[in-house]
Ligand binder design. Structure first.
Ligand code: PEP
Ligand code: MN
Length: 346
């Protein structure tokens, strides 16, 4: 069960409700929100009787039974789409389709400032770039770390773009949150539960990427960790999954987008770069992402992909980036029409 308290309910009123829930044999799982307290109740008991009793309490706004194992992120709990403010005036999940673009890694001041310029000129609203890199080999470039974060901040200053960058460890959360607008959890860390918990109180929105071999349910359970620990601003990212197919780096599970839209109110971002591993395939999958109703894209671009330290093969060169963004515009116009029609009928 999830119980939403009325706005500005007092501590005593909240405690009274908690006591009532506990009388029915449930355990209080999580409490979140600054203006409004939302209580998760877990356990086995007479749910119908408990709900009825809670709804009769004046300070309770809503008490609902959630059948999904993920509670706060489920559509059952919150039917309306979540809109996330990223900073720099950017909103994801609203009526704008948001493109995030940038290199796989921050490599140098020149490279990231040129990339930011390219991203902004092409119409992206968010600059991506890893400063802490999860590399398969310990001998590969591991990222510029704090120096890279400083360069990202400089790129934001020069272009007005919001910044998204990866966090790999709970011990780096505070440092990265001090620079970035959005913290990315990479595929390899989707089930790093210590990290997910610490993101619950980092004060910044999260871009949570689907694990290499993770199910949609596991992705939602990971999102639930972050939300249950106090941070409701989570974007989900489909970035391809491992299958038997070797023609692409991963297999883009395009149906994950509408499946997620049925199951959760959180925005869904498609990453066509890691999904394919091949630059020539990125424009087609980006079109698919817009057409299927994702809230945005995250795309790797590089001023000179042949010189990229990581993921050069999937990074768009400037010409392909600009042409892709131009070609996407009619699809984005249709996306907006569908969005407005959906909002009007809701
Ligand atoms: C990345 O965004 O560069 C990255 C490492 O992605 P993923 O975690 O999806 O592999
Ligand atoms: Mn990459």
């Amino acid at each position: 069960m999830i119980i939403s308290m009325k706005r500005h309910a007092s501590r005593d009123e909240i405690n009274e409700v908690i006591q009532r829930i506990e009388e029915f044999g449930y355990k209080i799982h999580a409490i979140e929100g600054e203006e409004r307290v939302v209580i998760g109740a877990i356990g086995v008991g007479d749910t119908s009787a408990c709900l009825e009793s809670l709804e009769a309490m004046a300070q309770v706004e809503k008490a609902v039974r959630i059948s999904a194992p993920y509670k706060f992120v489920s559509r059952e709990f919150k039917p309306e789409d979540t809109v996330i403010r990223l900073g720099q005036g950017v909103e994801v999940g609203g009526d704008e389709f948001i493109v995030m673009a940038g290199p796989c890694s921050v490599e140098s001041e020149k490279q990231i400032l040129e990339s930011a310029e390219l991203a902004a000129k092409g119409g992206a609203k968010v600059l991506r770039g890893g400063a802490f890199k999860p590399r398969t080999s310990p001998y590969d470039f591991q990222g510029m770390e704090e120096e890279g974060l400083k360069l990202l901040a400089k790129a934001r200053e020069q272009t007005g773009l919001a910044i998204v960058t990866e966090v790999m460890s709970d011990t780096d959360v505070a440092l990265i949150a001090g620079y970035a607008d959005v913290l990315q959890v990479g595929a390899r860390n989707m089930q790093n539960f210590a990290l997910l918990k610490s993101l619950g109180h980092c004060g910044k929105p999260i871009l949570l990427k689907r694990g290499l071999s993770s199910t949609i349910k596991e992705l939602l359970m990971s999102a639930e960790y972050i939300v249950a620990h106090g941070n409701p601003d989570v974007m989900l990212c489909e970035r391809g999954i491992r299958t038997f197919e070797t023609a692409t780096r991963n297999t883009c599970d395009i149906s994950a987008v509408p499946v997620l839209h049925e199951l959760t109110h959180l925005p869904v971002i498609l990453d066509p770069s890691h999904a394919t591993g091949k630059r020539s395939l990125v424009p087609a999958l980006s079109r698919a992402g817009v057409a299927i109703g994702a809230e945005g894209l995250i795309v790797e671009i590089h001023p000179n992909p042949s010189k990229a330290i990581s993921d050069g093969a999937q990074s768009l060169d400037p010409a392909l980036w600009y042409s892709m963004m131009k070609d996407l515009q009619p699809y984005i116009a249709l996306w907006k029409e569908a969005r407005t029609a959906h909002a009007a009928s809701a």
